[in-house]
Design a protein around this ligand. Structure first.
Ligand code: IPE
Ligand code: IPE
Ligand code: MG
Length: 239
């Protein structure tokens, strides 16, 4: 557990690309869906832990717009897990006062899952603790396209001058509108890429990659990432 009295700076917004469930299962000669099950359990545990560290916003990448390309049985297993874990997590997250918001295009999910998503958001609406963004059917390119369309419509229908548009107009039309950009993006599973996660918002995020596979990423691994983050010199283009 991070020592509350330590001088460590706790990032305001952390994003996590929860990768490596499939490889975790493969190493144990288990089906990929079992890896996802353990990954989902870890999601609940680590979220509760992070909410106690002082992080204000946590964005977790659970399913990308490209993940529909996977075999149907894997996609179905993931959807089933989402339904189960949404319900189970509700109690945990209530205890920790975590506010839950889903980012991504939810219209692609079946009605039952959409209902659960809306219900989890509603019951958490007044909570004052950490904001948890769960990115599901999320893709940054889609998100940016959505923002561009809204701005174009504003120009066409409301006489907005295109030359008056600013980078803040783009930010405020993304799913993450109103939240600070991520300070730190953690990726488990060792890949060194963003895979369509928070492309616009991560312009100046610090990137941390670990070989640890998502189901094995525990509290001490998160602490390590925070310690490493504290060694970074963020210049934002300055000197
Ligand atoms: C991440 O684990 C979970 C999702 C993308 C839904 P993977 O399923 O991508 O696991 P690997 O990368 O194949 O090991
Ligand atoms: C990124 O992982 C998406 C999530 C963790 C939800 P992927 O496993 O889909 O990414 P790639 O295919 O290795 O880039
Ligand atoms: Mg992967």
């Amino acid at each position: 557990m991070l020592d509350k009295n330590s001088k460590l700076y706790i990032p305001e917004h952390v994003g996590i690309i929860m990768d490596g469930n499939g490889r975790w299962a493969k190493k144990r000669a288990l089906p990929r869906s079992v890896g996802h099950k353990f990954g989902a359990q870890n999601f609940r545990k680590i979220t509760r832990y992070i909410s106690k560290t002082g992080v204000k916003v946590l964005t977790l990448y659970a399913f990308s717009t490209e993940n529909w390309k996977r075999p149907l049985d894997e996609v179905n297993a993931l959807m089933k897990l989402f339904r189960q874990y949404l319900v189970d997590s509700l109690t945990d997250f209530r205890e920790d006062d975590i506010k839950v918001v889903f980012i991504g295009d939810r219209s692609a999910f079946d009605p039952k899952l959409r209902e659960l998503i809306e219900e989890s958001e509603q019951v958490a609406n007044d909570r004052k603790g950490m904001l948890l963004n769960i990115a599901m059917n999320y893709g940054s390119r889609d998100e940016i396209l959505m923002a561009v369309k809204k701005l174009c419509k504003n120009v066409r229908d409301n006489g907005v001058d295109p030359d008056s548009l600013t980078v803040d107009d783009i930010s405020s039309n993304l799913y993450t509108a109103g939240t600070p950009d991520p300070d730190l993006i953690i990726r488990t599973g060792g890949e060194l890429r963003l895979s369509n996660f928070l492309l616009y918002q991560s312009a100046y995020s610090e990137f941390y990659s670990t070989e640890t596979l998502w189901p094995d990423f525990h509290e001490e691994d998160f602490d390590k990432a925070i310690i490493e983050f504290n060694k970074r010199n963020r210049r934002f283009g300055g000197v």
